[in-house]
Ligand binder design. Structure first.
Ligand code: TXA
Ligand code: MG
Length: 338
């Protein structure tokens, strides 16, 4: 199959493909999603196939308005309404109970809840409106790989497997949305994102955070938590600020790379022959560029170790560290005690 690239002014063509049951990747402010008509079980089934995604890992239903949520959710609790008012369009996904029979179980992995999100991207809001249906969208990467933040990343992973990609340039946020489960006695964040716990608590009161690694014999609250994620080909080692001096001694020309802010890269003053990727100058820009950086090293097959900068685990840093930690399989660079 030929994978067509659509510009934002060609949305009508992309919408027709969605109506036709085909797969079209779409831009959001977080990462690119792999889109299909949420009301067409066959099309949704193909999403899992194209990604190589386990079928018990449910999909987010992207809507173009809160009114669209009401068509598929059994109830919209007041807290959910408050969060939609405050954060939509934006990087918050809200899990609500499903209206009986409103969506095929293939969308929800058989759960009795659905995840909803109104993305902050006008091109995709137009796409949903023109298709006339909500659009499911997991991140548009091969399962297990870093999420795509450009149309080129999507093309790299899914060319020949999907009908089209709507190209709206690099994404602004770079990490996937915060996922919140509101359908429990204790609303919980299942996946941290740039909409922080503090920002949510300012609207609806106190929360628990629940994004631990799920064991094999546990039933996960967010099924995605149990799978390998964001892994480039090379081993990622997380480096705390105090350890960069020692990392410098470990670097091997040809097989190691460094992913860090300009400040650290300048201080390290590395030999030109060591590949480096800049995370910009703070945790915000690091979040935007993390996945692109991990993918950049994948294009250099000789690289077997990537040393990557950590940030304090708070605010946006919580989302950054959640993704970095998974991409590293929890591995830190351990220098010698000083
Ligand atoms: O920013 C994002 O959220 C991107 C863009 C494309 O919108 N999408 C995204 O989708 O990251 P995905 O499928 O890669 O991640 C969705 C997460 C998964 O961890 C999934 O297990 C969880 O949300 N999820 C979806 N529906 C759920 C449900 N009913 N209950 C619990 N977790 C759910
Ligand atoms: Mg994903």
């Amino acid at each position: 199959m030929e994978t067509k690239i659509f510009q934002p002014d060609q949305i009508a063509d992309a919408a027709r493909l969605i109506q036709d049951g085909q797969l079209v990747a779409f831009p959001t402010e977080t990462v690119y999603g792999l889109g299909a008509d949420a009301t067409n079980p066959q099309a949704v089934g193909q999403v899992y196939q194209a990604k190589g995604r386990p079928s018990d890992n449910p999909l987010i239903v992207h809507v173009s308005s809160p009114a669209m949520v009401a068509q598929y959710a059994a109830v919209i609790p007041e807290k959910a309404q408050q969060l939609m008012d405050q954060f939509w369009p934006g990087s918050l996904t809200i899990i609500l109970p499903i209206k009986s029979g409103a969506l095929d179980p293939v969308v929800t992995g058989g759960l009795d809840t659905v995840a909803f999100r109104l993305p902050d991207n006008q091109v995709t809001i137009d796409l949903i409106n023109q298709a006339g249906v909500p659009i499911v969208g997991p991140s548009a990467n091969t399962s297990g790989k870093p999420s795509p933040t450009t149309a080129q990343h999507v093309y790299h992973d899914l060319k020949g497997k999907i009908a089209g990609i709507v190209d709206d340039g690099p994404t602004r946020v770079g990490l996937e949305s915060t996922v919140i489960d509101l359908w429990t006695d204790h609303p919980a964040i299942l996946r941290p994102g740039v909409v922080t716990k503090a920002a949510i608590e300012a609207v609806i009161g106190s929360l628990t955070v629940d994004h631990h690694q799920v064991k094999d014999n546990e039933t996960p609250k967010a099924p995605g938590m149990k799978y390998k994620h964001y892994a480039p080909n090379a081993q990622v080692l997380m480096v705390n600020d105090d350890d960069w001096d020692q990392v410098k001694d470990q670097l091997v020309v040809g097989s190691t790379g460094v992913l860090a802010t300009d400040e650290h890269l300048n201080q390290l003053n590395l030999d030109q022959s060591i590949p480096t990727f800049s995370l910009g100058n703070d945790v915000q820009s690091a979040s935007t560029h993390l996945f692109a950086g991990l993918r950049w090293f994948d294009d250099q097959p000789a690289i077997t170790t990537i040393y990557a900068q950590t940030f304090p685990n708070q605010g946006v840093g919580e989302a950054y560290m959640n993704r970095l930690n998974k991409s590293a399989g929890g591995q830190f660079f351990h220098g010698m005690a000083k």
